[in-house]
Design a protein around this ligand. Structure first.
Ligand SMILES: *[C@@H]1O[C@H](CO)[C@@H](O)[C@H](O)[C@H]1NC(C)=O
Ligand SMILES: *[C@@H]1O[C@H](CO)[C@@H](O)[C@H](O)[C@H]1NC(C)=O
Ligand SMILES: *[C@@H]1O[C@H](CO)[C@@H](O)[C@H](O)[C@H]1NC(C)=O
Ligand SMILES: *[C@@H]1O[C@H](CO)[C@@H](O)[C@H](O)[C@H]1NC(C)=O
Ligand SMILES: *[C@@H]1O[C@H](CO)[C@@H](O)[C@H](O)[C@H]1NC(C)=O
Length: 261
């Protein structure tokens, strides 16, 4: 940091700063270790199955759509895991996020049979119970930008419309991807960039239900704030006053119209 402070316009320092910033943004948001759903111990069959499963996640290079739903083991020692990357991530970025998630999650939750970690760009969870195709809204986590919006009434209206539109697009996605991101503006407010996503194993109504629930938390968590997030196991939403997602590339038809209201 001292280097950066004493710097001139020098490309080495520029890139150092970039690295610091991008590392900082790779920290996880939160971890939940579930103490009520059973424990496992080092070298137990469950523990070995978990480690095997998580260490092979990134070898599934055939998965290029950002959703990992994998199991390993038998009967009560079977481990089910879900990894979900933000819809704009490239496959290698996704695997890299899930790898960080795996290391941090097993370190923070060494004994729990069920746990979840949320990053900006991915989530990873596992359990010994069946978690595929099941809509789950907790444990959830919210984040907000402390800055207040100006013209709160208009801001909320544009935000609500944007989120409603994105929900419709994401929910009608296929079994590999339920994601939508777009921006909206209006005369007296700054642009709002919004993103919504479900795990694609949900049905269309379940995805919609999960997202509508998450959006309904905004007035409680983030009312009038220029940025907010609601993170749930089965879906998540985020909005900011700056673009925080990449425009759609490779996979899937681009569900990203720019709205002008
Ligand atoms: C699991 O372990 C945690 C501490 O690591 C403990 O608080 C919890 O009560 C244990 N749960 C069960 C079901 O044994
Ligand atoms: C777990 O198994 C490894 C390899 O068999 C062994 O080296 C290690 O001591 C064991 N750890 C515990 C806590 O039992
Ligand atoms: C935890 O995640 C960070 C990135 O947020 C990564 O640099 C670090 O290696 C991870 N820790 C483990 C134990 O994997
Ligand atoms: C935002 O508005 C609230 C309520 O009007 C006020 O308490 C708070 O200090 C404001 N925050 C900022 C960062 O201006
Ligand atoms: C995993 O997800 C893929 C893509 O959505 C789906 O085709 C497959 O049936 C799922 N597998 C399980 C075990 O749920």
């Amino acid at each position: 940091m001292a280097l950066v402070v004493s710097s001139r316009k020098d490309s080495f320092v520029c890139c150092l700063l970039f690295i610091i910033v991008s590392e900082a943004s790779a920290q996880y948001n939160t971890v939940f270790c579930d103490n009520n759903k059973g424990n496992h111990t080092v070298n137990s069959t469950y523990n070995n199955n978990l480690n095997t499963l998580l260490s092979t996640l990134s070898s599934h290079t055939e998965i290029n759509y950002g959703f990992y739903n994998l199991s390993y083991g038998e009967n009560e020692d079977k481990v089910n895991a879900i990894g979900l990357c933000r819809g704009d991530l490239k496959p290698d970025e996704c695997r890299s996020c899930l790898n960080d998630a795996r290391g941090n999650l097993t370190q923070r939750c060494p004994n729990q049979k069920e746990a979840i970690i949320y990053y900006d760009e991915c989530l990873l969870r596992y359990s010994d119970r069946s978690i595929f195709g099941v809509m789950e809204t907790s444990p959830d986590y919210v984040l907000f930008n402390i800055q207040n919006a100006t013209n709160v009434g208009q801001f909320n209206q544009v935000l609500r419309n944007l989120m409603r539109m994105l929900t419709g697009i994401a929910a009608s996605g296929d079994s590999r991807r339920k994601y939508a991101a777009a921006s909206a503006t209006a005369t007296n407010i700054q642009a709002i960039y919004g993103l919504v996503q479900c795990t694609p194993d949900l049905s269309q109504p379940e995805c919609k239900h999960c997202l509508i629930g998450a959006i309904s938390e905004i007035p409680r968590c983030c009312n009038g704030k220029i940025g907010g997030r609601v993170l749930r196991p089965s879906c998540n939403i985020r909005y900011e006053n700056y673009p925080f997602y990449d425009e759609p590339t490779a996979y899937a038809p681009a569900p990203s119209p720019s709205l002008s209201l």
